[in-house]
Design a protein around this ligand. Structure first.
Ligand code: DX5
Ligand code: ZN
Length: 228
């Protein structure tokens, strides 16, 4: 676990292409393509059709990527009862596991985060656009990454929600006033135009699906987003 994570520094700009936008018929090769194009992490959007109105993939795909590529696996669980499924995602080779704070995810958030860390993985907490920052505050000392969704979760290719930026500013301010060190990640509608808006608010981990896997030149797209 945490393979290759030399340092965990929220000053680093991290680009994490989302597999959701890749060719599902060639996930191993698509992951290799993303790594060769400059991806820092691979963002793996797990959807169960309950927490979100879509179904994507499960631990077997994560295992396949883990066995065919050497890259930090950032696993975003958009599922109910993530605690129940945790052993399978840990066993599949996840490096970071992010769970949702919303009650619909139906788990004890603090104990799930603790279990993720006890397994040697980095722990992430995600909150949806409609969920206030206050909902995540009780957990901020127990996480390595905070994911502020910039779309309503479930589908790639949606438009970036700039209305989420005040919550990212709150998270950035809270981190420094409480001397914490969590990364701030954004996910949804991130591309060359929207990346600077998110980083200006304090985000440093940028998930991008359509704007990277869908770009004519993935390497160019990733470096453009990184430098935006
Ligand atoms: C939503 C997904 C998407 C995906 C990225 O549940 O999590 O945000 O990762 O999609 P794009 O980058 O295509 O908006
Ligand atoms: Zn995601």
């Amino acid at each position: 676990m945490n393979r290759g994570v030399k340092k965990w520094n929220y000053q680093d700009r991290i680009i994490a292409p989302s597999l959701l936008a890749a060719d599902f018929g060639r996930v191993a090769d698509e992951t290799t393509r993303a790594i060769n194009a400059g991806a820092d992490w691979m963002h793996l959007d797990v959807m169960d059709g309950h927490f979100v109105d879509n179904i994507s993939f499960g631990p077997a795909i994560i295992q396949a990527i883990h066995e065919t590529n050497d890259v930090f696996l950032d696993v975003h669980l958009m599922i109910t009862r993530p605690d129940h499924f945790l052993p399978r995602f840990i066993g599949a080779g996840s490096d970071l596991i992010t769970v949702h704070v919303e009650p619909e995810a139906d788990h004890d958030v603090a104990s799930t985060l603790k279990a993720i860390r006890e397994a040697g993985c980095k722990a992430g907490l995600a909150f949806n656009p409609a969920t206030p920052f206050d909902a995540v505050v009780p957990y901020l000392t127990d996480i390595d990454l905070l994911l502020a969704m910039t779309v309503v979760p479930g589908f790639g290719g949606q438009s970036f929600m700039e209305s989420v930026m005040p919550k990212i500013e709150e998270a950035t301010a809270y981190r420094s006033s409480h001397d914490l060190a969590y990364h701030i990640q954004v996910d949804g509608g991130i591309g060359i135009e929207t990346a600077p808006i998110a980083t200006a608010a304090g985000a440093n981990v940028l998930v991008a699906g359509s704007s990277t896997f869908g770009a004519p030149d993935m390497k160019e797209a990733i470096s453009a987003i990184r430098g935006a």
